[in-house]
Each structure stands twice: as C-alpha cells, then as structure tokens.
Design a protein around this ligand. Structure first.
Ligand SMILES: Cc1cc2nc3c(=O)[nH]c(=O)nc-3n(C[C@H](O)[C@H](O)[C@H](O)COP(=O)(O)OP(=O)(O)OC[C@H]3O[C@@H](n4cnc5c(N)ncnc54)[C@H](O)[C@@H]3O)c2cc1C
Length: 431
C-alpha cells in the first residue's frame, strides 16, 4: 500500500455516451468523479441508435433499462433486403429465443433520449458535471494525472478517462506504438469514402406500413438505407449511407445532396421515397481508425470512440462504449475501491486490466465492421453470391451474432464466422 492519502478522484474528459457511462461506472464504485465537456451544454446530435443486447445488458446492470424501454422501441425483427429488388434476404427475430440467449432485449432509441438517461443518472449519482472546458493535454506526475485546459486551469485526479471521441486530442499521448512511428499504420481518422444523411419523421397514416416494427436494412451497390421506429413507434428513423464519387476525385467537401439522389437512382421505390425523410442540412462523412493495442499513458486511459472508433455497420460504437464502462467498473471494484481504502498502485493495475480486457475485443469489432460494410455494398457477381449466402441463413441461426452479443460464461461461443480472428494483427489494413 502507498503511504499517500487514499484518494479516488477521477476526471472524465468528454460528455458523450462513453464519458457519461464511464463516469457512472466509476461513481457507482464510490469514486469522486468530475466530468468536463467542451460544449456549453450536454446533448447529442443525430437521430436513432440501435442498442444490441451486449449494451442493453449494461443498462440493465445499472437499473436503467426500464427507462430506455419506456421511451425506446423493441423492434420485432432485423430484416435485410436487396435495395435493387426489395427482396427479403434474411431476418432475425429479436424477441423470444434471441432475448433469452443474450439476456437482454434489442432496443432502438433516440440518441438524445439515451444521452439524457445517462446524464440524469450521473446527476443523481453525484457526478460533478462541468461544461465549457477543453482539455488539451494530460501529464502524470507522482501518480497523479494533471489535465491542462485551454483556459490555463489544471485539474488533478488519480486517473483521467479520455472519452473525447473520434477526433480525440488525448489519443496522441497514448499512441506511441512503433507501427505508428514507422508508419505501418497511420493513427488518424480513416475516411471510408461513404457519407450518411439521417432524419426522423412522424409515423402517420400515409407512412408505408411495410417493416414499420422492424429494423430494416436495404443493401445496394455502393449504398444502403436503414429504417426503424423510435419513441414508442411515433417516429420513423432513416439513415442513408452511400459512396461519394467526389471523395474519390479528391474533393474536400464531398457527398453533397446531388450525390445522395444519384446514389439511389436504381433502388426500389420504397428506398427512393424514404430519402424524403432525411434532414439534408447535415452530412456525416464516415470515419474510423485502425485499432491500437495501448490505450494508456501514465494515468490517462482512453475509452469509447477515442480508443476504438469504428464504422457504423455493426451498430456497435456506443454499445462498445457501454461495454467499456462495465469492464472499467469491474476492473476497479475490489482493487482500487476496497474496504481497506485505496491502494494507489491499484489504479495502474486496474486500468492495465481494463485495457487488456478490451483492446482485442474492440479491435475485432472495428475490423469486422469494415468487412461487414463491404459485403453490404457489393455489385455484380459478388452481389448475387452475397444474396445467396444471406438467403441460405435461417432465422434463429445465431452463429453470426454470438461473438458480438454473447457474454462470457453463458455458454455462448465467443467467436463466430463473421468475426475477424483474434490472432490477426491489429494493424491490418481494410479487408
Ligand atoms: C451514422 C451513424 C450511426 C451510428 N449508429 C450507431 C448505432 O446504431 N449503435 C451504436 O452503438 N453506435 C452507433 N454509432 C456510433 C456511436 O454514435 C458512437 O460510437 C458514439 O456516439 C461515440 O461516443 P463517444 O462518447 O465515444 O464519442 P462522442 O459522442 O464523439 O463524444 C465525445 C465528447 O467529447 C467532447 N470533447 C471532445 N474533445 C474534448 C476536449 N478536448 N475536452 C473536453 N471535451 C471534449 C465532445 O464535445 C463530445 O461531447 C453510429 C455512428 C454514426 C456516425
């Protein structure tokens, strides 16, 4: 045990889903948690979010699942269709056996609702929440993390959780990987050349009735479209994602509305009509980064998109952030937070355990998301083969889901055919 006065001060940088979840997890263990956010107010931009059972299990652990279900929707099925013909390719029933197998429901929820639920839980738990703070750098001095802000203030804590998102400032400190230095991998956001537009509209008597209780994904050459209900079925969420020709030409402002319409011109009327639901004022270029193994620099540790930003094809970015928080909670309880006070060396072991437990798993999700997305956007012979494969799958065949939604110890295998093998180098390129 250290002779230093026991302390459990934690600073979380970033008030997105990851930061709020991390703050809540450590506060639940008894830490004094301060969360700083650069924006003047807490909130989320965007539309819907799919929460698979690996994430809804975490909400259940924290007693927040009921709140999510009060405002969200439990979709009946996950349905894949060919965007050129409308033909159904495969479906997964999401209640019953699926829910029993994974121990929690599949939920779709408005981002702002999930964010509010986490924010309120932090407030109720006593997390100190501070806006208008931009953290520029974290250094570790004598087992204390010092976070320097743009206004010249310094926050001192036992540990800093860097949850500052895809364009993380704090990530640079942890990326001392030799493969970055010798440029085998480049640690900057990687553009997928795809752009998303999103929107929510009220569901009315005029809304086409097909698939209204489901998550439906239309797969097209170089494009796809996702739709699902939100807010107890009152709103319809639509996301259109397409490959931008102007990105390929090297233009900086790529993926304009003209390209959106052109991308879907060969798709079935249901898809073309759905484009009307999109808010075209904001375009979302889709980025991820190559996986990194180390998330720690001294007493700074990353989580969420700062640690493992991924393409959205598996709908797992926020889900993985919730998994991070649960593992962080488990890594610190009984070690950092013990009945006898705090062992200061325990922080280093706890964040080390957290990093080890999470890096391989999230790298696998990041890399599988890239491959999964590529299979969605194929054309020609590849499309015919993809469709045959999808159609050969039966509803209730869990072999593609277990590795992602399953949990250790419940008999569900940790790997599956879709998962990129654990042994593959984390620094690999796009599949
Ligand atoms: C089109 C699309 C669809 C998606 N669909 C899904 C889905 O269905 N399911 C799912 O699980 N995931 C989905 N995702 C991914 C998910 O949205 C993200 O993974 C998740 O929101 C990341 O949360 P985060 O808290 O790590 O990062 P962010 O939400 O980016 O939060 C980072 C926070 O840190 C703050 N910040 C940044 N820098 C600083 C600083 N220096 N100092 C202080 N504060 C700072 C920012 O203001 C921000 O509030 C989707 C993503 C996209 C783009």
């Amino acid at each position: 045990m250290s002779e230093r006065k026991p302390s459990t001060e934690v600073l979380v940088v970033g008030g997105g889903m990851a930061g709020l979840a991390g703050a809540l997890a450590l506060r639940a263990n008894g830490a004094e948690v301060t969360l700083v956010e650069r924006a003047p107010e807490f909130g989320e931009v965007g539309a819907g979010l799919q929460m698979a059972p690996n994430a809804s299990r975490v909400l259940k652990r924290w007693g927040l699942l009921e709140k999510a279900l009060e405002i969200g929707v439990r979709p009946k099925h996950l349905v894949f269709r060919d965007a050129l013909t409308g033909e159904e390719l495969t479906r997964q029933t999401l209640g019953g056996e699926f829910e029993e197998r994974y121990g929690a429901p599949y939920v779709v929820i408005h981002r702002s609702d999930l964010h509010r639920i986490l924010l309120e839980a932090c407030q109720e738990a006593g997390v100190r929440l501070v806006n208008d703070v931009v953290v520029e750098k974290v250094e570790t001095v004598n087992a204390r993390a010092l976070a320097h802000t743009s206004s010249g203030d310094v926050y001192a804590a036992d540990v800093v959780i860097g949850a500052d998102g895809l364009k993380s400032t704090l990530r640079a400190a942890v990326v001392q990987d030799s493969r970055v230095q010798d440029r085998t991998i480049q640690d900057s956001p990687v553009s997928s050349s795809y752009v998303a537009y999103r929107g929510t509209v009220p569901i009315t008597a005029e809304t086409p009735a097909a698939d209204l209780e489901d998550v439906v994904v239309y797969l097209g050459p170089d494009c796809h479209l996702v739709q699902y209900p939100l807010r107890k079925g009152e709103l319809l969420n639509t996301v259109a994602v397409f490959k931008s020709p102007s990105f390929e030409r090297g233009e900086e402002q790529y993926g304009g509305v003209d390209e959106l319409e052109a991308a879907y011109k060969d798709c079935v009327p249901a898809v073309q009509l759905a484009l009307r639901n999109l808010a075209t004022s904001i375009r979302w270029p889709m980025y991820d980064r190559d996986p990194i193994e180390n998330w720690i620099d001294g007493r700074l540790v990353l989580m969420g998109d700062a640690a493992h930003p991924m393409l959205q094809y598996l709908a797992q970015g926020a889900c993985q952030a919730l998994e991070d928080a649960a593992v962080l909670q488990d890594s610190t309880v009984g070690s950092v937070f013990t009945d006898d006070g705090v062992d200061t060396g325990a922080w280093d072991r706890a964040i080390g355990d957290f990093n080890s437990a999470r890096a391989a798993r999230t790298a696998r999700v990041q890399r599988t998301a890239r491959i999964w997305g590529e299979s969605w956007h194929v054309s020609g012979v590849a499309r015919i083969l993809r469709n045959l494969l999808f159609k050969s799958r039966k509803d209730g065949d869990f072999q593609y889901n277990d590795w992602l939604y399953g949990q250790e110890g419940d008999g569900v295998p940790a790997a599956g055919p879709l998962a990129v093998p654990r042994t593959e180098s984390l620094a690999g390129t796009h599949a």
